[in-house]
Write a protein that binds this ligand. Sequence first.
Ligand code: RTP
Ligand code: MG
Length: 141
Amino acid sequence: MERTLIIIKPDAFQKGATGKIIDRFIEEGFRILAMKLFRFSKEQAEKFYIVHKDRPFYSELVEFMTSGPVVACVLEGENAIKRVRDIIGPTDSEEARRVAPSSIRALFGTDKGKNAIHASDSKESADYEIPFIFSRLELVE
Ligand code: RTP
Ligand code: MG
């Protein structure tokens, strides 16, 4: 069993896609261990995405992630990190519509910046991201 973090980004939350996205993961067989609605401060978003601090899109990414509320969930399942990445689709939502039309980014994203959802991309990322957002008490047994 593996755990991964997803964040429904401000664009998807704003367009009312939260329920559909969560439903998709339930239908795909994942167990929800934790869930939270919140808005990132600039400092929190900078720290969450610290791996991207030298990338040209970093400030744009932080601005986007702080632009409205988000919903974060911890999902558990076999091979969850890879399977969730497959379900969300490629980073660029336009590419997602070409290569993975039923992916979450194809359905709810706009482009490569506003792309509806975040998901941990490795065990190392999940181990950083899950305790960043949730305390141990907030995860169900
Ligand atoms: P995420 O971390 O949000 O799950 O996305 P990802 O792994 O598919 O993509 P990553 O390379 O980690 O990029 C993180 C987020 O930064 C924004 N981005 N903008 N304008 C651009 O060229 C650009 N490239 C990336 C996206 O919101 C992306 O999800
Ligand atoms: Mg990433």
